[in-house]
Design a protein around this ligand. Structure first.
Ligand code: F6P
Length: 364
């Protein structure tokens, strides 16, 4: 029988992402409107494990939409990975009579959400991470703002490269996912984009640089995702910068190169409309799911629509896309489900390869 939800907890966990505040606001107000009380677990799962929770009123979430970061803090709570920590979290839920949890974050957050669900606390996940690495979702909260930050950075680097006749290599955050580097590199007209999903041809980059030089281009930008494997003991972007400088010294190319890493800068600042909009809709959707009795599922955006998927299925699709499947991981999934995962991965890989090729074709 469906249990009536009277109180929920909301938490933001993992790396913060712009737009998380809009999600917290939407969760809070949608729940309060439905007569459900809301508690914030402060600092992600840490708040549940250590009994740091705060009752939220509608006014507590007023005017937070333009704020970067997350007003209910975040953490990557190690203790919550172990049974003892989870039991403490469940004890906190019992203490405050919390019937269900909405967990906003990335894949680590969703593993935690499943752990709570299987232990009797219905939980729904909302994808909040700048990385856009929830493979089954076209979009994650924070991705749009992070791409825009990266694009602004490229535009600034363009100005100085144009003055100096120079190449600038910008490393973009994103963990194992190249989407920020890909989309901002494409938007900025990069002469090369290196992401983990698509093999990178260094010789082809050098050939394009020579072509660009022959065409009289002064400024050249290269976008490198932090997820590309290290080379010669260095982050790939730094290795590539050294290589281009060595080629310049040897007279093979004319531009010298500089390396830039803005790291967490991409994660800060005011969220874009897109992130606020997605976060608001996803937050309200998650509350509605819990009220309908749905649990252990994650909200996704697919083809412009909000849908949901079993968390385990979404996490396994990520593993498949990242080539991290271990023996036995797919046991328990039907052939049809596995085919569905493969289709999502293939679509995503195809799009990444096409966009890199498009950027390469348009850069000169
Ligand atoms: O997952 C979000 C993210 O910002 C990644 O892009 C990055 O690799 C990582 O978090 C950085 O983690 P931390 O905040 O612990 O430095």
């Amino acid at each position: 029988m469906k249990k009536k939800i009277r109180r929920i907890a909301v938490l933001t966990s993992g790396g913060d992402a712009q737009g998380m505040n809009s999600a917290v606001r939407a969760v809070t107000r949608r729940a309060l409107d439905a007569g459900v009380e809301v508690y914030a677990s402060m600092g992600g799962y840490y708040g549940l494990v250590h009994d740091v929770v705060k009752k939220l009123k509608a006014t507590d979430v007023a005017n937070i939409e333009p704020l970067g970061g997350t007003i209910i803090w975040t953490d990557r709570c190690d203790e919550f990975r172990y049974e003892e920590g989870m039991q403490k979290a469940i004890a906190t839920c019992r203490k405050y009579k919390i019937d269900a949890v909405i967990a906003i974050g990335g894949d680590g957050t969703f593993r935690g959400a499943t752990d709570l669900s299987v232990r009797g606390i219905p939980t729904v996940g909302v994808p909040g991470t700048i990385d856009n690495d929830i493979t089954a979702s076209d979009y994650t909260i924070g991705f749009d703002t992070a791409m825009n930050r990266a694009t602004e950075a490229f535009d600034s680097l363009r100005d100085t490269c144009q003055s100096h006749n120079r190449i600038n290599v910008l490393e973009c955050m994103g963990r194992g996912c190249g989407d920020i580097a890909l989309r901002s590199g494409l938007a900025a007209g990069a002469v090369g984009i290196a992401i983990p999903e698509v093999p990178f041809d260094e010789d082809a980059l050098v050939a394009r640089i020579k072509e660009a030089e022959a065409a009289g281009k002064r400024s050249l930008l290269v976008s490198v995702s932090e997820g590309v494997a290290e080379k010669n003991g260095k982050a790939f972007g730094e290795y590539l910068t050294d290589k281009l400088n060595a080629l310049c010294k040897a007279g093979e190319i004319k531009h010298d190169a500089r390396f830039c890493r803005l790291a967490h800068v991409f994660r800060g600042g005011a969220p874009t409309l897109r992130d606020r909009d997605t976060a608001t809709r996803m937050g309200a959707f998650a509350v509605d799911m819990l009220l309908r009795g749905e649990s252990d599922r994650v909200v996704l955006e697919r083809n412009g629509k909000l849908v949901s998927m079993e968390i385990r299925y979404a996490l396994m699709t990520d593993k498949m896309y990242k080539g991290k499947l271990k023996e036995g991981d797919l046991d328990g999934f039907t052939e049809e489900q596995i085919a569905g995962m493969k289709e999502i991965c293939e679509e995503r890989a195809k799009e990444a390869a096409e966009l890199v090729a498009l950027a390469d074709a348009l850069c000169i």
